[in-house]
Design a protein around this ligand. Structure first.
Ligand SMILES: C[S@@+](CC[C@H](N)C(=O)[O-])C[C@H]1O[C@@H](n2cnc3c(N)ncnc32)[C@H](O)[C@@H]1O
Length: 281
């Protein structure tokens, strides 16, 4: 017997399609089950007509759809994830930016698109700040890291910048010492990103499915990793094109190792997951 509050597959399909249209996220089987459970709690005994009415409601109530979408995001992340990318920042990107520094006004603009709870943008900021510190104080460098996500809950946590000992395990000891404050008393076992590093990173809500991104200037570095993997092929390609359009001349685009990004004809491939736009010069 079907339980009274069971949600019809057809209803899950309809709501899943709205979620995908709004966020790009294609629901896996596990997420479809989670969605069915959520709908069963929200709308007990939803019949076919009730579902159609609820979908109409979702179309008109961005806040309700946003809440559902947020619950369908996968927020797994960690510091220095895919370590070779951070090596590349240090060994390839930084020397190149330094060479072109005078022309670029001694400014580095980086973007973590789909930043989750902040480990990725803080890792980028730490590595780049470390490169700048090693350079010495000769030139007036500025470092700006924009970090965006669709899910307001992860952004709230990211802004706080507080992580457990377990979460900072992968931060190299030297960077941990310089860029984190160790909690004491009731906060023992917690680490907070220093005020100085938090000021480098600006968090903002942005849906990467938006037609255009409000970027006034091009970015030298864009990380968009482990986000596109949840999108369908068409949305993925459109995403990469929009991101590439936000690169400054000579800018670098990093994708996740499982995102399946194969590049774009106007980007040069440096590795299977790192691409560069031609320099403007
Ligand atoms: C698996 S996490 C990846 C975090 C980080 N980039 C990394 O590689 O560790 C994916 C993040 O993408 C975000 N996301 C999913 N769809 C999005 C969209 N349409 N716009 C913006 N962010 C999105 C999710 O909220 C989630 O925080």
């Amino acid at each position: 017997m079907v339980p009274e509050n069971a949600i019809h597959d057809e209803c899950v399909d309809r709501v899943a399609a709205l979620i995908q249209a709004a966020s790009g996220i294609r629901l896996s089987l596990a997420k479809r089950r989670r969605l069915a459970d959520l709908l069963a709690v929200r709308l007990p005994g939803l019949g076919r007509r009730g579902c159609v009415a609820y979908c109409d409601y979702l179309r008109n109530r961005a806040d309700e759809l946003d809440r559902l979408v947020a619950q369908m995001t996968t927020n797994v992340t960690c510091f220095m994830r895919e370590e070779d990318h951070f090596e590349c920042l240090r060994e390839v990107v930084w020397p190149d930016l330094r060479r072109r520094a005078a022309r670029r006004g001694y400014r580095i603009r980086a973007w973590s698109a789909g930043c989750s709870t902040g480990e990725e943008p803080y890792s980028m900021a730490m590595i780049l700040a470390d490169c700048l510190e090693r350079e010495g104080g000769g030139e007036p460098w500025t470092l700006e890291v924009l970090a965006t996500d669709l899910n307001p809950d992860v952004l709230r946590a990211a802004r706080e910048g507080i992580f457990t000992e377990e979460r900072v395990r992968r931060v190299p000891p030297d960077l941990l010492r310089r860029f984190f404050q160790r909690g004491t008393g009731a906060r023992t076992g917690l680490y907070r990103v220093t005020e100085q590093l938090r000021q480098v990173v600006t968090f903002a809500r942005l849906n990467l499915m938006a037609d255009r991104y409000p970027a006034r200037e091009g970015f030298d570095i864009i990380f968009c990793r482990n986000v596109a993997i949840y999108f369908g092929a068409q949305d993925r390609l459109a995403l990469w094109k929009r991101l590439a359009a936000c690169l400054a001349g000579g800018g670098y685009l990093f994708s996740g190792h499982t995102d399946g990004f194969m590049g774009l004809p106007w980007l040069r491939r440096l590795s299977p997951t790192v691409y560069r736009l031609a320099d403007e010069a």
